[in-house]
Design a protein around this ligand. Structure first.
Ligand code: NAD
Length: 245
């Protein structure tokens, strides 16, 4: 039961994170939103969730930095006095052919797509009595995609970390992941842009379902992974069958 559970969703003022926050709010969770830069997006998201009757705060924190991960967990504990659910969703997705990779891209991706998950989970696991951690990985962490070697490698690391934490934090904390294929968000659109492919072409050529995955579909799976009491160390692919093509 998610009612009155305190839930942090990282990177949740737009895209997949915002859908996850909305569904958790619908289930009765007390929400902690997080974002890095865009105060306007945060204010809009807060207004939207509050207008639906959900309790929510927003914490500005750049989770590529350890101290900001700690700040996010500390602020949650100071505000609500407990933490039950952490959804590690914040992430980037820089495209670069392997030979063009540079240290800046590696460090940025390492911070945002891996260290954020590691440090938020670390501080959350120390604060949680019992709880669930959900990590938003990617299909690129399971099979390779051209131009996404750094991102994909770090999403593989997120999948390994999911299973490692499931092993070490049991029985009080369960840890699961989702591996989305391309999702209809800012990030999904900008990835297609650099690849020079339209949504229509991509959907027809690369999916079995002939349909773009929507953020709400990822959010549904997050809710399921939270609710199923014996699910831990699991990774659910939601990719329109993209991995089979
Ligand atoms: P998005 O760009 O629409 O939203 C990303 C959110 O993360 C934003 O709110 C942003 O402020 C936040 N964020 C980014 N860096 C941050 C940082 N350092 N600290 C705190 N917040 C930060 O992206 P999205 O498509 O909603 O992606 C969400 C997650 O899903 C990411 O982890 C991404 O890798 C993963 N994913 C996305 C797709 C896709 O096609 N869209 C596919 C597979 C996996």
């Amino acid at each position: 039961d998610i009612k009155n559970k305190v839930a942090i969703v990282t990177g949740s003022t737009r895209g997949i994170g915002k859908s996850i926050a909305r569904k958790l709010g619908y289930e009765g969770a007390l929400l902690v939103l997080n974002y890095r830069k865009r105060d306007d997006e945060a204010n809009n998201a807060l207004r939207e969730l509050k207008s639906l009757g959900y309790e929510a705060i927003a914490v500005k924190a750049d989770l590529s930095m350890e101290e900001d991960c700690r700040l996010l967990i500390d602020t949650t504990m100071d505000t609500f006095g407990k933490l039950d659910i952490l959804v590690n969703n914040a992430g980037t997705g820089f495209y670069s052919p392997f030979k063009d990779i540079n240290d800046k891209l590696i460090e940025k991706t390492l911070g945002t797509d891996f260290k954020s998950v590691l440090y938020c989970s670390l501080y959350a696991s120390r604060a949680m009595e019992r709880g669930v951690i959900i990590n938003i990985a990617s299909i690129t962490g399971i099979i390779p995609y051209y131009g996404l070697s750094v991102y994909g490698s770090l999403k593989s690391a997120v999948i390994n970390l999911t299973k490692s934490m499931a092993l070490e934090l049991a029985p009080s904390i369960r840890v699961n992941a989702i591996a989305p294929g391309l999702v209809n968000t800012n990030l999904g659109g900008s990835l297609l842009n650099v690849m020079g492919i339209s949504w229509d072409t991509w959907i027809n050529k690369y999916t079995l379902t002939k349909k773009a995955t929507e953020p709400d579909e990822i959010a549904e799976a997050v809710i399921a992974e939270i609710k199923i009491d014996t699910m831990t160390g699991e990774v659910i692919k939601i990719d329109g069958g993209q991995a089979l093509k």
